[in-house]
Design a protein. Structure first.
Length: 138
């Protein structure tokens, strides 16, 4: 698959349907989003299918912290456009023969995140129960 058009985000350019954004600064560099940030890249795809595949690929790469080793900067870390393109192209080349592997990985990641949310909610309830128990002793 060929790499789509990836450019630095400019606020005055009109938004298209097959676009998404990649955060380029901070510890969350590489995080895909459907809404633009001031410090982001614009990924313009040729089709909706390519948009969906690339968004999932970027999400999986971000969750796997593939971009962390390419972060630069001492105060505010960032990833360069050239490095980002190289990482995404390499991942696309590796997964070109196995598109179902990417979808399976993304689905599994989402299930794990849902389980994490449930566990954190349960931990919050347990914490509240502890607090109530201690307050009843007063």
């Amino acid at each position: 698959m060929q790499l789509p058009c990836i450019k630095t985000y400019k606020p005055n350019t009109p938004r298209k349907d097959n676009q998404f954004y990649i955060l380029s600064k901070g510890r969350n560099s590489g995080r895909p989003s459907h809404t633009p940030n001031r410090n982001s890249f614009t990924v313009t795809c040729d089709s909706i299918e390519q948009h969906d595949q690339l968004y999932i690929l970027c999400f999986v790469l971000w969750k796997g912290r593939f971009f962390h080793r390419y972060l630069r900067g001492t105060c505010v870390q960032f990833i360069s456009l050239k490095e980002f393109k190289k990482i995404v192209q390499s991942a696309m080349d590796k997964l070109e023969d196995q598109p179902e592997k990417l979808e399976t990985t993304a689905r599994t990641l989402k299930q794990i995140e849902e389980a994490e949310k449930l566990i954190s909610q349960k931990l919050q309830v347990i914490g509240q129960m502890k607090l109530l128990l201690v307050q009843l002793l007063k």
